[in-house]
Design a protein around this ligand. Structure first.
Ligand SMILES: Cc1cc2nc3c(=O)[nH]c(=O)nc-3n(C[C@H](O)[C@H](O)[C@H](O)COP(=O)(O)OP(=O)(O)OC[C@H]3O[C@@H](n4cnc5c(N)ncnc54)[C@H](O)[C@@H]3O)c2cc1C
Length: 388
């Protein structure tokens, strides 16, 4: 039996491992921490829209970081969960038990039952998909392809504006269209949505709002109203859903299946379980819930790891009080947009916001491997992530 088991090697899971090791260090205690995850890498998911992402930036090996903090890496696919017994089983038949478990299995692209979607549309949900998309686009360099991005939310906007940069550099005749069944940039309103609209039109990205895609075919899309759009490449960016592992846990969930957690990130009604990142909906400022975002994955992961160790040591857990929510949207050659709060008020735009986005992607969310053990543990200090 492990003392602490973390399920998932994304931002939440890795920061939970740092946090647990940190809290044990502070107490001068040792314990067995294991992190089980499907691949031996941290995938930089928020960067998968970037066209020049080096393979070494898209995937960071977990083993050296976990070794540095004294945690075990178990590579495997969790397929079964006996929550009351705190036992998980892996696809290869192994099983793991622990005194405290942090569920941080994240999210994946939600794929609705649209005929042809899985077969014909590309995605940017993992590093392989992203690499395949950009390889496929490379074959169109110097040509005039039509590229359809289906899903006009955060990810679709970042990809469509990045594609505009690619078009200008590599395929000047390319046509890029951003499609949504509802409005484009539905998560934004007022001035922020205006900034996004201006960026899309200045970059020549065509938009098609209120257009539900009913089928994806080899050479195009069919819409619910019977209209057809020819395209050479279609990419699905239609939203995320929490890990299906949540369905194996009999505990309260919100409307999209994220686990409800208390102020200390403990799963409601389940002894010895915490949850962090995209799998969990934790209460934050103003009666809101955490978003499926890096800001909340990193901060809740750090808190959950610290709290896992505190529970193990019989200490009172810390209340999760992350800094006020902000979000920074890349707009390709048109810069970026920083918004504050859940109402997403415009806080910064253009080149200044782009510099911030670059530093978020290349520094803030990158584990400080070079700094060794002290830096990795300090990365999960709750005060780094909490309201000051
Ligand atoms: C293209 C894209 C762009 C994004 N852009 C932004 C952005 O600009 N800003 C922002 O804040 N957020 C962005 N996000 C969201 C952000 O990436 C997520 O909120 C964040 O990655 C969540 O971290 P996590 O650790 O909870 O989950 P994940 O990153 O999903 O990590 C989950 C981990 O668990 C592992 N796992 C899952 N199931 C199992 C299993 N059954 N067995 C074993 N291991 C398992 C996975 O392999 C993975 O390692 C973006 C996401 C995508 C896909």
């Amino acid at each position: 039996m492990h003392d602490i088991l973390i399920i998932g090697g994304g931002y939440a899971g890795l920061w939970a491992a740092f946090g647990a090791a940190r809290q044990l260090d502070l107490a001068g205690r040792e314990a067995e921490i294991a992190l089980v995850t499907r691949e031996p890498y941290l995938t930089a998911r928020p960067r998968l829209y970037e066209r020049d992402l080096a393979p070494g930036e898209a995937r960071l090996p977990l083993a050296p970081m976990l070794q540095t903090i004294g945690a075990e890496l178990v590579v495997g696919e969790v397929t079964g969960i006996d929550a009351p017994a705190r036992r998980v089983t892996l696809a290869d038949g192994r099983s793991l038990t622990a005194r405290v478990i942090v569920l941080a299995a994240g999210s994946r692209a939600a794929l609705p039952a649209i005929p042809g979607l899985a077969e014909h549309a590309e995605g940017i949900d993992d590093a392989d998909q992203s690499a395949r998309l950009w390889r496929r686009l490379a074959a169109f360099e110097g040509k005039a392809p039509a590229v359809a991005v289906i899903g006009g939310g955060f990810t679709g906007i970042e990809l469509a504006t990045e594609l505009a940069g690619w078009r200008d550099a590599k395929a000047p005749g390319a046509r890029i269209v951003l499609i949504d069944q509802g409005p484009i940039a539905a998560g934004y309103a007022g001035a922020a949505r205006g900034v996004i609209g201006d960026a899309l039109s200045s970059l020549g990205v065509r938009t098609r709002a209120g257009s539900a895609v009913a089928a994806v075919e080899a050479g195009g899309l069919r819409f619910a109203d019977g209209d057809r759009l020819g395209c050479d490449v279609a990419v699905w960016t239609g939203g995320l859903e929490p890990s299906p592992l949540n369905r194996l846990i009999d505990a309260p969930k919100n409307a999209i299946g994220r686990l409800k957690v208390d102020a200390a990130l403990r799963v409601d009604g389940l002894d010895g379980w915490l949850a962090a990142g995209d799998v969990a909906a934790a209460g934050v400022e103003g009666g809101n819930s955490t978003t499926m975002s890096c800001q909340h994955a990193l901060s809740s992961g750090a808190f959950a790891g610290n709290n896992a160790a505190r529970l193990l040591l019989g200490e009172a857990p810390l209340a999760y009080t992350p800094r006020p929510y902000v979000t920074c949207l890349d707009l390709g050659p048109a810069g970026a947009l920083l918004t504050r709060g859940f109402e997403r008020e415009v806080a910064m735009r253009g080149a200044e916001a782009k510099a911030l986005k670059t530093s978020i992607n290349r520094q803030l969310i990158v584990p400080p491997v070079e700094g060794g053990r002290a830096a990795l543990l300090a990365a999960a200090a709750p005060e780094r992530w909490m309201t000051r």
